[in-house]
Design a binder for this molecule. Structure first.
Ligand code: ATP
Ligand code: MG
Length: 719
């Protein structure tokens, strides 16, 4: 048997991992050391050498896109196309199981997936029904709380009401929310995982079936599994299956969403006969980039501790650009990208990474102006755009008029005179008679219980949706989509909307039709529309429009995990932005930000630019932040500061101490002093920064929270 293709281009540690015949395997290694490569080659090895049939392999990846790539790479290695292997994200795999076993876990057959927007809307609705004050109990927090419980595997019934007012209230919301989801036949992301776990727990015969079927489970990015995912894996593994996990504790960046890096630490204990392999050679980046990454991550405590090295040369210095403001930063990046393509390089090979989604807007504007095509990966996702969600809601109603979330979304879009008041009446009636919004609307109209105009409007909507739904089952998917977009009046609505925006919305709707045209169902026996809607909910945005075009990639640092690019920009390297200001007071979260910085730096293969803006308007306020501590941790012999006309070797504007809290000598103010600002009102001085005309002051205002102001122009007065 020729295994050259599988073992070629593996170093000895990688080969040891790929061919290991111990029951379980843990590959614990730093960024770019070939973990994902080992996983792919190990699957090929199992199939070709160990004769494992493809359908006995289950591989878990972090995104749907990486699942597709993994499949392609295995096909390439083996020189044939594999069928039957399960490769997907935890969510995708859970969905697949629940589709097959919906009855066992108490779901309806056509259950719909709620994305996080829809979930928030439902939580709001529940809270309104419970008459909770939104100011005091922000729905977003309740949503977060519910998801956090689910990520730990806890249902409302499992949680003790400790008598604490906060928990008692959240628990009431959770209970009601659970009941609503069941009634509506909808399921949120955390619920997908929890139900899949309950499927194993409560149905040993189903579990046994899959334990018979699968022989190998392989998990990439293992450091970001949460409690439910880990429990699911352990149950499935049982006493016979073999598990391969690859991960890097230094890249655990989803702690805020319930991921448990401890899972790596307890792996040896929970999966006996584990063989652990460490990889230390990095094949991705230049030595300068690695040095920077090592220096940044070294500052964290509690690491398993690995040091990466590379055989590749030093490469270019990392570049730091101190922009005047965020527009200057974006223009600088666009210029560099222009240079990159002028030099004959591909745009696909370049990525701009940022901490917060909101940063993309200005970057996008600069790229548009410079006519540089770009693609946003995993950010403002196509399927999350307003017009698309509206069209999908019509499609969902065509499938099931009782889909309350969809009903609420489009009952008055386009505006047809069904105002808030009428909608409230519908909601109340639905609650009172415990029916869906659709059913109660029909009753309200029939019983003539609405004022004339509202009644006519609602009757019109019912008739419209009824007609759209009727006979739609026999249409092709593309015809169903055309009905949803045209008959609903959506496309006319957006055609009337002026300017670029309306145009973009119309184009997006056209793109949706194109997506329907190209959609291929998994199961040709089943109706296609529900399959399409599920795929959309799962796949949202992994795939963007213009897939063939050579385009620069924009994405948040979180979505860059596992990827690599020859040219990388890390934009917005400023205190308060990155590390994010929410993390500054919590050591645990600050360490997670540092790991995120490590992930960002290690995406770069050849050249890394770090940029920051001395002043930045974001979320509608202007702030003046100093350069990020992560930049200051990078040794100066691998980093050079760029000035537009000339380049100087020694960094200047970010010398250590730039962020230190000065005492405010000569300013006429003191820390802790009560001051007043013309616009923001009264506040207390928290902090001074810098000297001279650019000296800044942080003030905690009573009304508007903390602001950072230029002392010279803030015109503060002593109270
Ligand atoms: P991350 O932690 O970022 O997910 P990783 O450990 O999964 O990284 P890979 O993406 O598998 O690393 O590999 C990084 C790069 O190094 C890839 O381009 C891969 O093809 C290359 N590579 C890995 N091992 C070797 C090798 N033995 N010889 C040559 N190239 C290699
Ligand atoms: Mg990887």
């Amino acid at each position: 048997m020729d295994v050259t293709a599988i073992l070629d281009k593996l170093n000895s540690a990688q080969e040891e991992a790929v061919t290991s015949d111990r029951r379980h395997l843990l590959v614990l290694a730093g960024a770019g050391s070939g973990k994902t490569r080992v996983l792919v080659h190990r699957i090929a090895w199992q199939i070709q050498v160990e004769d494992v049939p493809p359908h006995a392999i289950l591989a878990v990846t972090f995104t749907n896109k990486s699942a597709r790539e993994m499949r392609e790479r295995i096909d390439q290695l083996l020189g044939m196309s594999l069928r039957g292997m399960w490769v997907g994200t935890f969510h995708g795999l859970a969905h697949r199981l629940l589709k097959a076993h919906w009855r066992d876990v108490g779901l309806v057959e056509n259950f719909q997936i709620l994305d996080s927007d829809d979930q928030l809307r439902l939580v709001k609705r529940v809270m309104r029904a419970l008459e909770l004050d939104e100011q005091r109990w922000p729905p977003r927090q309740a949503q977060w709380w519910i998801n956090a419980q689910k990520d730990e595997g806890l249902r409302a019934a499992h949680i003790q009401d400790s008598g604490d007012g906060h928990i008692a209230t959240m628990l009431r919301v959770y209970r009601e929310y659970e009941a609503s989801c069941d009634r509506l036949g909808v399921i949120d992301f955390a619920e997908l995982l929890l139900r899949a776990l309950e499927l194993w727990r409560h149905h040993p015969e189903v579990l046994e079936h899959y334990q018979e079927r699968f022989q190998h489970i392989l998990v990439d990015e293992f450091q970001d599994t949460n409690a439910v995912q880990y429990a699911w894996l352990r149950l499935l593994a049982g006493t016979r299956l073999r598990v391969t996990a690859v991960g890097d504790d230094d890249q655990s960046i989803y702690g805020w969403r319930g991921a448990k890096v401890e899972n790596i630490l307890s792996y040896d204990r929970d999966f006996d006969e584990t063989h652990t392999v460490r990889l230390e050679q990095n094949y991705r980046s230049t030595s300068n980039i690695l040095q920077a990454a090592n220096a940044v991550i070294e500052k964290n405590s509690d690491r398993l501790g690995k040091k990466l090295w590379t055989e590749s040369g030093d490469g270019e210095m990392l570049a730091l650009y101190a922009a005047f403001n965020e527009h200057d930063e974006a223009r600088y990046i666009a210029d560099r990208l222009q240079q990159w393509t002028d030099d004959g390089q591909r745009r696909d090979d370049a990525a701009i990474l940022y901490r917060s989604n909101a940063q993309s807007r200005v970057l996008e504007a600069a790229l548009l102006q410079a006519e540089i095509p770009y693609r946003i990966y995993g950010g403002q996702r196509f399927y999350e755009r307003l017009e698309i969600k509206n069209a999908l809601a019509y499609l969902r109603l065509m499938l099931n008029v009782d889909d309350d979330t969809a009903f609420e979304r489009v009952v008055n879009i386009p505006a047809r005179g069904i105002g808030e008041r009428t909608q409230d009446t519908i909601r109340q009636a639905a609650r009172a008679s415990n029916t869906t919004l659709w059913a109660s609307s029909v009753q309200l109209v029939a019983a003539n219980r609405l004022p004339g105009r509202a009644k006519n409007a609602l009757a019109g909507f019912i008739q419209l949706v009824g007609e759209m739904a009727q006979g739609s089952a026999s249409l092709k998917l593309i015809e169903q989509a055309e009905t949803a977009i045209e008959r609903s009046g959506l496309i006319d609505l957006y055609r009337r909307e002026k300017g670029e925006r309306g145009l973009a919305r119309v184009e997006n709707l056209e793109e949706l039709i194109a997506a329907c045209r190209n959609f291929q169902a998994d199961d040709s026996e089943q109706p296609i529309l529900p399959q399409f809607l599920d795929q959309v909910a799962l796949d949202a945005g992994d795939r963007q429009a213009d897939e063939d075009q050579d385009a620069v990639q924009l994405m948040t640092l979180h979505s860059a995990k596992g990827l690599e690019f020859p040219l990388v920009f890390l934009a917005g390297m400023e205190e308060n932005l990155f590390p994010h200001k929410m993390s500054l007071d919590e050591p645990g979260r600050l360490e997670e930000e540092r790991r995120l910085a490590y992930v960002g730096i290690t995406r770069a293969m050849q050249k890394l630019y770090l940029t920051f803006a001395e002043s930045r308007s974001i979320y509608g306020t202007e702030s003046f932040n100093s350069v990020s501590r992560f930049v200051r941790d990078i040794p100066s012999d691998v980093l050079e500061e760029v000035r537009l006309q000339n380049t100087i070797a020694r960094p200047t504007s970010y010398s250590a101490g730039a962020i230190s809290s000065d005492i405010g000598e000569d300013t006429g103010f003191a820390l802790g002093q009560l001051v007043a600002h013309q616009v923001y009102g009264e506040g207390v001085i928290l902090h001074f920064e810098g000297h001279g005309p650019r000296a800044r002051v942080h003030v905690q205002f009573a009304e508007v929270g903390t602001k950072i102001l230029i002392l010279d122009s803030a015109r503060l007065s002593v109270v």
